[in-house]
Design a protein around this ligand. Sequence first.
Ligand code: ZN
Length: 284
Amino acid sequence: MKLFRFGPPENERPGVMLASGAHLDVSAFGQDYDETFFATDGPARLAQWLEANAANCPNVPGSVRRASCVKRPSKIVCVGLNYAKHAAETGAPVPAEPILFFKSTTALCGPDDNVVIPKRSEKTDWEVELAIVIGKKATYVSQDEAFDYIAGYALHNDYSERAFQLERGGQWVKGKSADTFAPLGPFLVTKDEIPDPNKLHLWLRVNGELLQDSNTDDMIFNVPMLVSYISQFMTLLPGDVISTGTPSGVGMGLKPPRFLQPGDVVTLGIEGLGEQRQTAVAFS
Ligand code: ZN
């Protein structure tokens, strides 16, 4: 099943894309895609509800804004330097254990929203990533049982302001958390449709130029390892997002480095998880 959300910010509603390609408004189901939805077996209940009700659901026009595919979760946990070539391009050593950092949940936005270059930013950069959406409260989970705790997967662009991240002291969170720095979607694809998340092609273009082109099989720490690992340090709640790191080809790794300017267009995708398109605009 492919779950999406749509409508204007602050008034977003749930939808389902059927195998036929139809986009249904499932507001009548009565629940948005939030912690409660995932904690109560929402995807299975929604699938069952659709059997009786799909014919009465209105279609969502293609012109309507797509929102983040999950409602604001308790946290977005990100993994740093999880692809060896990306670690090399940043000049950092390959980590012995996953590097974790948080991204503000207020950074979430829709997959085709403009990316707003923050005030005083000169180094706004892109990062195509596979995101995991948690389906069940996870504390001290083993790698063997990790898939039981996953609801599905989504495409994420982990936008990063490199000066805020690396030159202003302290943690990376300052460079990761501006509004619109976390476009998530277009869909949450339930895990039954993605048999192997550790083998998915992912790519990103800026103004049509292919800059990131890799596969999740190049990740240093794979999907079940990351769910298990993170759950040793914190409880993951249903709906929480784990972003699994980006491959090489980010702007700071180019020679010379390249960062987004107003008017630049970023397109990206992951096999089976759809595509995104953002236009960079100045903060106003
Ligand atoms: Zn990242």
